[in-house]
Write a protein that binds this ligand. Structure first.
Ligand SMILES: *[C@@H]1O[C@H](CO)[C@@H](O)[C@H](O)[C@H]1NC(C)=O
Ligand SMILES: *[C@@H]1O[C@H](CO)[C@@H](O)[C@H](O)[C@H]1NC(C)=O
Ligand SMILES: *[C@@H]1O[C@H](CO)[C@@H](O)[C@H](O)[C@H]1NC(C)=O
Length: 307
């Protein structure tokens, strides 16, 4: 009898193991980091541009705003409740701000968790990319570039053996390499020369694409070698969701780029199994508790969540 049970158990084992590795979190919740508004008002001290929320929602994630100025304990609890985090673009300090403090805490928690086999993805866009470079190198290493409103094709470097671009259709990769589908909206960049001479950055990140402003060659897309940490100096979320600047591309391939980037990151979050302790805690944390405001007539963003 025992032997029989053992056999049954053993024959089940391979199925159980493969079920384990294929297991996916089909209800991923991703944190999006807030930042101080430039001119605070009583009811508007921090914000998240709605395009980052739509970006993640378009690929099947729900979003929780990660407020700045919270306690370390609150951030740890939130970290253990969400399945990934996105650091958006913006205009605050990457050396000392509420954004920087929260980004650093989540970055360190993510590194620790990933080392333990708790897969926790981190994404940085534009300022978020610059923040990641600062957190990894512990240095202010950015160079001025003339890239305040430039749509550029990606000059791919190692994209063919990247995790990020692996699932992209071949035609979209061709379009990305030949058409200006990625919008840059920054004055500071990680120069390729700086990357090549910075041991910390070189051993941590693989460069997937570079660009130039005609003068300085800069890193435009990275993924970490050993961690699910990703950054784009350009804005994948804008193509589908922002209309305020003529430099933002909206062609079918540009909009597909938004979606495939979002899908990649949301799939990364599906590999994480953190969850809120209670359903009530989850409901209270979701971005649905806030309403975005239409700001497209006076801001670079069509809609903004204010906190
Ligand atoms: C966060 O803290 C900083 C420094 O104390 C303060 O200037 C800022 O107003 C705070 N912002 C929010 C949104 O709490
Ligand atoms: C910056 O780039 C724009 C084109 O994107 C160009 O028209 C302008 O002359 C450049 N400015 C400088 C100072 O190079
Ligand atoms: C792409 O980047 C490589 C490596 O830095 C450089 O040699 C090449 O000239 C760039 N190509 C374009 C079209 O800018």
């Amino acid at each position: 009898m025992c032997l029989l049970l053992l056999c049954v158990f053993l024959s089940c084992l391979p199925f159980y193991l493969s079920a384990q590795t294929d297991r996916q979190n089909e209800k991923p919740i991703i944190g999006v980091l807030a930042q101080d508004v430039y001119l605070p008002q009583p009811s508007q001290t921090a914000y998240i541009a709605a395009s980052y929320v739509k970006f993640l929602e378009s690929a099947g994630a729900r979003v929780v705003p990660v407020m700045i100025n919270q306690t370390l304990e609150d951030y740890k609890t939130l970290f253990n409740s969400i399945n990934g985090i996105l650091y958006p673009g913006g205009g605050v300090s990457i050396v000392s701000s509420g954004y920087e403090r929260a980004a650093k805490i989540f970055y360190e928690l993510a590194i620790e968790a990933n080392k333990r086999g708790d897969y926790f993805p981190v994404w940085g866009t534009c300022l978020g990319f610059e923040q990641l470079m600062y957190l990894t190198s512990k240095n202010t290493i950015l160079a001025y570039t003339n890239t305040s409103g430039a749509a550029l094709p990606l000059n791919f470097t190692n994209a063919e053996d990247s995790r990020m671009f692996k699932g992209f259709p071949a035609q979209l990769m061709k379009d990305l390499a030949s058409e200006p589908l990625t919008v840059n909206s920054h004055k500071w960049s990680l120069g390729m020369l700086t990357y090549n001479t910075n041991e910390e950055l070189k051993k941590f990140y693989k460069v997937l694409s570079v660009n130039t402003d005609g003068n300085v060659e800069f890193v435009s897309t990275v993924e970490a070698y050993d961690y699910p940490i990703y950054g784009t100096q350009w804005h994948p979320e804008k193509n589908a969701f922002e209309w305020t600047r003529p430099s933002i591309p909206h062609s079918p391939s540009a909009v597909k780029t938004t979606f495939y980037m979002a899908e990649f990151f949301v799939n990364e979050a599906r590999k994480n199994f953190h969850k809120f302790e209670t359903e009530e805690g989850e409901s209270k944390a979701l971005i649905y508790n806030y309403n975005p405001v239409y700001t497209g007539t006076k801001s670079a963003f069509e809609q903004i969540y204010f906190f």
